[in-house]
Design a protein around this ligand. Sequence first.
Ligand SMILES: Cc1cc2nc3c(=O)[nH]c(=O)nc-3n(C[C@H](O)[C@H](O)[C@H](O)COP(=O)(O)O)c2cc1C
Length: 364
Amino acid sequence: MSILFSPSRIGGMTLKNRFVRSATWENLATEDGHMTEKLYDVYRELAEGEVGLIVTGYANIVEEEKPNAGMMGMYNDSFIDEYQKLTSIVHQYDAKIVMQLAYGGTKTTFNVGERVIFAPSEVAERGTQTLGKAMTQQEVDYIVEAFALATKRAQDSGFDGVEIHAAHTYLINQFLSPYYNRRDDQYGGSLENRMRFLIEIYQACRALVGNDFPILVKLTASEFFAGGATFDETRVICKKLEQIGVDAIIVSGNIHGNASSLVGESFDGFTLQQEGYFHEYGHAISQDVNVPIITVGGLSDIHAIEEMAENTGIGYFALSRPLLAEPDLIKRWKEGQRDEVDCERCSKCRTKRGNFCVVYNKRK
Ligand SMILES: Cc1cc2nc3c(=O)[nH]c(=O)nc-3n(C[C@H](O)[C@H](O)[C@H](O)COP(=O)(O)O)c2cc1C
């Protein structure tokens, strides 16, 4: 049996295989972030489909700030009962589930103008051009505490862990970035200062849930533009995360929408790959730290994934769009039908009726 289907551990969590459903916003929650029958079905289907670890779509940690419609919420205790139901559904299939927690920030065009959107500094997001409010110390403390309270709620709801979203130009990523973070206080300037917000968040979460509850962090390998955070800086951040006890690091990029068009190009000494865009970066990090590394982005071929598992230090393989196209992909591969996934990487999977594959999986 392939190493991909051998059990292993992330912190105290035992996983039956090395496949992860990467965090995927489904656009199926109610307006205030509560569960719907369709959303339960999505998770049941993934668990039935033999995904070892399911990461939820990003959940907002404060009620007043939501970067997208139909995302899950974790901003007060009213969610705990329904997430207990969700986690017990998933656990019936011997799958694990962690909740991704996020503060969005300026990478959004959703209802902009109707709310205050926090940012490290008043620098417009490069894609959306949305401007945020530079956070005061009190606002930093408020968000740190909100992450911690949401993590505690996740533990009380039966989740197997949480994933802190520090990638994709969302708020925490912006603090890490010298382009977005122009602060001259203890949160800006040196890399040590820029990572302070993430570390404070992690430590506040850890303090509320104890050492046995897995806390994962999703990072952008590099910002892939001049003046942004570099891969060398990310490597330093990962060493710090190892030191403070983070249970796993997901190495992503902030360019998943157009990564396919950049395949073959080199940034910061490593090259974006056709199969597993960022896996060279993930492998390099795995050589620096003794923390499980999860690669995400552009995985579709089990033969190539197997090779990566054997020849790199990457321990886990996360998929998003492929599991929208084929929610039972992992089961299919396990049963020996090892054709590549039916996913064109067209990224047309975001619809107003919910996010699903409009090409291959029209059942929704
Ligand atoms: C519809 C959709 C929703 C997504 N939602 C999230 C999210 O909530 N949190 C997150 O970190 N990434 C999110 N992503 C990014 C994926 O987790 C992943 O990093 C990216 O799609 C690359 O992986 P893939 O090639 O397997 O799709 C989303 C991607 C898609 C297509």
